[in-house]
Ligand binder design. Structure first.
Ligand code: SIN
Length: 193
């Protein structure tokens, strides 16, 4: 898969003709909504785990020194919590550009946290392991070290982690992986390393 996914995502026509589409965000899309939306609701997707396994060449790192950002990995017993946005299809132009570094639009069923019985089919941006920027698994301590030393055009990689952890707490959702990495990062900062 090419490093830039804009063209592939443009061809995703599953929701062609729809006046509005739900998009599920699980990373920066939870805390940074820099696009217009019709509704915003806490939601979750079953069968996926959030992991800091994707490299970032364009936001929290550079091609020479990628940062680490989240993707979601298929995980039958897991539920990934995040934020759903109802958008008009025109907004995909902005989202495809923002998520161009390896993320593909994938159709997904989401359940809304405010009305558990209510679900919707929509889109989630997934960085699969076959994309060029994928970094893969590492220990949470090593991921924290990587994040501590990385920065890119959107700012320090540590801000991405911190904003995500704060946003998850505000949603009242615990994420072992994110919070463990945050704890290691705090220890690194406290130790001055
Ligand atoms: C998302 O937030 O849903 C995708 C990953 C990111 O942009 O951080």
């Amino acid at each position: 898969m090419p490093a830039n996914t804009i063209e592939i995502n443009r061809q995703m026509d599953k929701f062609a003709g729809h006046h509005s589409v739900w998009v599920f965000g699980y990373g920066s899309l939870i805390y940074k909504a820099d696009f217009p939306y019709l509704q915003r609701r806490p939601a979750n997707i079953a069968g996926w785990s959030r992991r800091f396994w994707q490299g970032s060449h364009d936001h929290r790192g550079t091609p020479a020194a990628p940062g680490r950002v989240v993707t979601i990995i298929p995980d039958p017993n897991a539920v990934c919590h995040g934020m759903a946005y109802l958008i008009t299809p025109a907004v995909f132009e902005h989202l495809d550009y923002r998520e161009k570094n390896g993320y593909l639009r994938v159709a997904v069923n989401m359940a809304f946290d405010d009305l558990a019985a209510e679900t919707a089919e929509g889109v989630v941006y997934v960085a699969r392991e076959d994309n060029e920027a994928f970094l893969g698994e590492a220990s949470e301590e090593e991921i924290a070290r990587h994040i501590a030393r990385s920065a890119g055009p959107s700012g320090p990689n540590s801000d991405y982690l911190t904003h995500l952890a704060i946003a998850l707490r505000e949603l009242g959702k615990h994420d072992d992986h994110v919070f463990a990495i945050e704890q290691y990062l705090l220890e690194l900062i406290a130790s001055g390393k």
